[in-house]
Design a protein around this ligand. Structure first.
Ligand code: AHR
Length: 314
């Protein structure tokens, strides 16, 4: 009788021990996402959700509908709920100091994904997992300069105002264009990273400059897809009369390249879930990480789109 109850007690104690040590690793993470403006963004959200599930973590997800104030509210709510870490995809570059100081005071590490922020004190976040947007802009500029033989009129569809993805992609592209005296950006406007706005802005560009336009540089594929439609409606042939290059390399861009409408796209990998959670685990374990975990990008051309489209993951 005594032996049976001892074994029973041992069983309960070990079960309790195993259970508590397992739940110590089952982290709760808050993810302050920007919204769902593009297919790239949707792929990023899915990657982070899938990785949380794979690792057995609880993910608290918030969609800010493109508003910084909503992201700040979400971060404050994650802090109040006592999450173990926060993933932030910052909609704009500035205005984060205050809320990030609150997270730091609460000892909650913040991992930035895809876009960067501009703060004086970089201890306000643990690390940033993102592509180099300036490099992407340079890649796009180099391709365009070469394909227009160093001369022509380019229109630019910018990403949302204040986003690091828009600021840096413009900067890198302009650096290259400025090297060619006969190549110029004749118009540049915010297309908000969406297909609808990209089409609308391209319609206005065509109305103002018509056949003078030699090429379109779009800060993302969705805007380029909208521009393609506008060019067709205007009666010109996208990819031929007007060359187009954009950034992201989503499935839709590959389809447009296969159809001949889009000339090239620069890869910006949205599948950031695995890397982001690796950083979270380092932070929670009290380890360090480089301040920027860079994703490497490359360029895809319509000439090889048919061969590569089948292997695309987003
Ligand atoms: O920050 C990354 C950019 O945001 C992607 O290129 C774009 O598609 C998105 O909406």
């Amino acid at each position: 009788m005594f032996r049976t109850s001892l074994i029973y007690k041992l069983f309960i104690v070990s079960f309790f021990y195993i259970f508590t040590s397992f739940s110590a690793f089952a982290l709760t993470v808050g993810f302050a996402q920007i919204g769902a403006e593009s297919s790239w963004r949707t792929a990023e959200t899915e990657s982070i959700k899938a990785e949380a599930k794979k690792r057995g973590y609880t993910l608290k997800f918030s969609d800010a509908q493109q508003k910084q104030e909503n992201q700040i509210k979400a971060i404050r709510s994650f802090i109040a709920q006592g999450v173990d870490a926060i993933i932030l995809a910052p909609v704009v570059e500035t205005g984060w100091e205050r809320v990030l100081r609150e997270a730091k005071r609460a000892n909650i590490p913040v991992i930035l994904v895809d876009r960067g922020i501009s703060v004086d004190d970089d201890s306000l976040y643990f690390t940033k997992v993102a592509s180099d947007f300036i490099f992407e802009g340079r890649l796009a500029g180099s391709w365009l300069a070469q394909s227009l033989h160093g001369q022509g009129a380019v229109v630019e569809l910018q990403g949302s105002t204040g986003a690091s993805a828009a600021i840096d992609r413009q900067k890198g592209f302009k650096e290259i264009v400025d090297l060619f005296p006969k190549l110029s950006i004749i118009a540049s406007q915010n297309g908000e990273f969406t297909r609808t706005k990209g089409k609308e802005v391209m319609e206005a560009f065509l109305k103002a400059h018509g056949e003078k336009i030699d090429a379109v540089y779009a800060h993302n594929d969705d805007m380029a897809l909208g521009a393609i439609q506008a060019i067709k409606d205007y009666g010109l042939v996208p990819g031929e009369d007007i060359k187009l290059i954009s950034i992201d390399a989503v499935k839709g861009a590959f389809e447009a390249m296969v159809d001949g409408d889009l000339n090239a796209t620069v890869e910006c990998n949205p599948l950031l879930g695995p890397l982001a959670f690796d950083q979270i685990e380092l932070a929670v374990a009290g380890k360090t990480a480089p301040k920027w975990v860079v994703q490497n990008d490359l360029i895809h051309y319509r000439e090889n789109a048919k061969e590569t489209i089948g292997s695309r993951k987003y």
